[in-house]
Design a protein around this ligand. Structure first.
Ligand code: UDP
Ligand code: MG
Length: 331
């Protein structure tokens, strides 16, 4: 417990028996990167300090690659016991690929990272060490970010938005993270949601911290994020912030406004009736007042119905998030 009574960390007093470590990596057209990345990761994992986290698995989720990535992954999964590959039926986007990899993973701890070798596997032991202190998520913070300003700027805006409803970390966009697998399975991933997993976890009360990590230049292939995709990510984030604010249901927001407007109209109407029927003297001018009362009552009802519609739409939105489809898995 911290001084303000908020429990910040998991209780690690008992010896924790970690039931395996899964490294989940979404792949979309990364043919030059996959093999060197696997070599690098396996090299890091072979260090004796990580023995307590065995067994390891590398779960690659191919997001409908159209270059040689699929063929390479198939071969590498067959060659290495620790490498598993699953293939989505088409390109669903990084979040869906990540979700597919997470769903297929078996470890108690999940490490996520990119396939493009911008994340440095040598950071994994340090993230794990921090994780052991009792967090549910240790997020990488890129200190020497190797991306152009066109990517850093939207990322800064997204971080600003995410921070408003999320944990106090500085780099939401860094995909190199360590998670308690249960916490990750406790949240829904859709849209461009991988960008604000920490915010989602934070809302559920999970403990999040960050650790500085290295960031490297992309050597092979190119970034899959153009302006359009970054825009979509920001919109998702705005929606998320709004949704959090009225997380209970949109009906609560529209419902209250509608009720207030309706009540004002209703009270005015009662006042009119009272003065007319009980006191016997009609308020002049009569017609504009009657119109105002009618307008307020109808308008209030309308806002309320709006809330009901918003509620229905929100539910459809969540239902309609197209789930990924896996074609094959190679163990
Ligand atoms: N990725 C994916 N599906 C996509 C786009 C990207 O699985 O539709 C993967 C990509 O192969 C990489 C990671 O997501 O492993 C991050 O993508 P990228 O490097 O293009 O993003 P950036 O680092 O530029 O933000
Ligand atoms: Mg990248």
């Amino acid at each position: 417990m911290s001084s303000d009574g908020v429990e910040l960390k998991r209780d690690t007093s008992d010896q924790v028996d970690y039931g395996g470590l899964s490294i989940v990596i979404p792949v979309y057209n990364e043919q030059g990167n996959i093999e060197p990345l696997i070599d690098e990761i396996l090299n890091v994992l072979s260090a004796s300090e990580l023995e307590e986290y065995t067994p390891f698995e590398l779960v690659f989720a191919d997001d409908g690659s159209t270059d040689g990535s699929r063929r390479q992954l198939r071969e590498l999964a067959e060659r290495h016991d620790t490498v598993r590959a699953l293939f989505l039926s088409r390109n669903f986007g990084q979040t869906a690929a990540l979700a597919a990899g997470i769903d297929a993973s078996t470890g108690d701890i999940i490490v996520t990272m990119d396939a493009d070798r911008q994340n440095d596997p040598n950071d994994i032991p340090r993230l794990l060490k921090k994780y052991k202190e009792g967090y549910d998520c240790v997020s990488g913070r890129r200190v020497n970010r190797q991306d152009p300003i066109t990517k850093r700027l939207p990322s800064t805006i997204q971080t600003y938005l995410a921070k408003r409803t999320g944990p106090d970390i500085h780099d939401f966009g860094c995909t190199l993270k360590v998670y308690n697998a249960d916490s990750l399975r406790d949240i829904d991933l859709y849209g461009e949601g991988h960008r604000y997993i920490p915010a989602k976890l934070y809302n559920k009360g999970y403990r999040i911290t960050e650790t500085e990590v290295n960031h490297r230049e992309r050597k092979y292939g190119s970034s899959k994020y153009g302006a359009k995709r970054l825009m979509k990510g920001s919109l998702d984030l705005l929606f998320h912030a709004f949704w959090n604010r009225f997380s209970t249901r949109p009906l609560h927001l529209y419902g209250s406004i509608g009720t207030v407007v309706f009540s004002v109209g209703g009270l005015l109407g009662i006042h009119m009736l009272f003065t007319r029927l009980v006191l016997g003297n009609a308020l002049e001018p009569h017609l504009p007042r009657l119109l105002l009362v009618t307008a307020l009552v109808l308008f209030g009802l309308q806002i309320f119905i709006f809330g009901v519609l918003a509620e229905i739409l929100t539910r459809i939105y969540y239902q309609d998030q197209e789930p990924y489809r896996i074609q094959t898995i190679i163990e």
